[in-house]
Write a new protein. Structure first.
Lengths: 113, 117
C-alpha cells in the first residue's frame, strides 16, 4: 500500500520555464511534508518542507503548495535551471510517529538548456 | 561540520555472507534512521535508533537484519546470510531530534550500495 504517490516518473522542462512536480498521499495522519532532491550516487538533499497547517511555503525559486482536502501537494520551481535536473522525492511524516519519512517513488526532472 | 558519513560506499558480498554498513551521524545528532532504496523505487524506512536504543524497527525484516547505535562509534546495519534480493542502496539519515519535533530535517549520507552476487 503506497501511501505517498508520485505518478509521473519523469518530467522534461525547458530552461527558464516552470517545473511542477506533483505528489498525492492517502494517509490523513500525515502532518508534515518534505521535498528531497537526489543526484545519482548521492544521498537525498532536503529542499523544502511544509506543515499541514499551511497551504504554501516559499524559498527562493522553490514553492510548495499543499491542498489538504485533495491530499495533494506540488513543488514549483521557477525559473528552472539545468542544475535542477535530478530525481525529486516527495516525503511525509505521520503525526505521533517516530518522525520517519514515507517517500514517494520519485520524479526524474530534466531541464533542457 | 562534516555531514553524515557512510562507509563503505560500495560493498559486494556473495550469497550467504554478512554485510556490515556503517553510519556516522552529523556532529550533535543523536537520532539515526536507516532507509533502503531498491532499484526504480523510493526510499523505504527500515529502523530508527537513538544512542543505545532502537526506537522503531517496524520497517526492518524480522530475520537476518539488525541495527545498533552504540554509545561510542557509528551506527551499524548488519545483514546476515545475504541474498540477491538484499541488493540495494542503503541510506542513513541523522537529525538532532526526533519524535515530537515538527521541523525535523533529516540529513542523509551518500549511501552504501550493496551488491550480492
Amino acid at each position: 500500500d503506497q501511501q505517498v504517490k508520485q505518478n509521473s516518473p519523469s518530467l522534461s522542462v525547458q530552461e527558464g520555464r516552470i517545473s511542477i512536480l506533483n505528489c498525492d498521499y492517502t494517509n490523513s495522519m500525515f502532518d508534515y511534508f518534505l521535498w528531497y532532491k537526489k543526484y545519482p550516487a548521492e544521498g537525498p538533499t532536503f529542499l523544502i518542507s511544509i506543515s499541514s497547517i499551511k497551504d504554501k511555503n516559499e524559498d527562493g525559486r522553490f514553492t510548495v503548495f499543499l491542498n489538504k482536502s485533495a491530499k495533494h501537494l506540488s513543488l514549483h520551481i521557477v525559473p528552472s535551471q539545468p542544475g535542477d535536473s535530478a530525481v525529486y522525492f516527495c516525503a511525509a511524516i505521520r503525526a505521533g510517529s517516530a518522525r520517519q519519512l514515507t517517500f514517494g517513488s520519485g520524479t526524474q526532472l530534466t531541464v533542457l538548456p | 561540520n562534516a555531514g553524515v558519513m557512510q562507509n563503505p560506499r560500495h560493498l559486494v558480498r556473495r550469497r550467504g555472507q554478512e554485510a556490515r554498513l556503517r553510519c556516522s551521524p552529523m556532529k550533535g545528532h543523536s537520532h539515526v534512521y536507516w532507509y533502503r532504496q531498491l532499484p526504480e523505487e523510493g526510499l523505504k524506512f527500515m529502523v530508527y535508533l537513538q544512542k543505545e536504543n532502537i526506537i522503531d524497527e517496524s520497517g526492518m525484516p524480522k530475520e537476518r537484519f539488525s541495527a545498533e547505535f552504540p554509545k561510542e562509534g557509528p551506527s551499524i546495519l548488519r545483514i546476515q546470510q545475504v541474498v540477491r534480493g538484499d541488493s540495494a542502496a542503503y541510506f542513513c539519515a541523522s537529525s538532532p531530534s526526533g519524535t515530537g519535533t515538527m521541523n525535523t530535517e533529516a540529513f542523509f549520507g551518500q549511501g552504501t550500495r550493496l551488491t550480492v552476487v
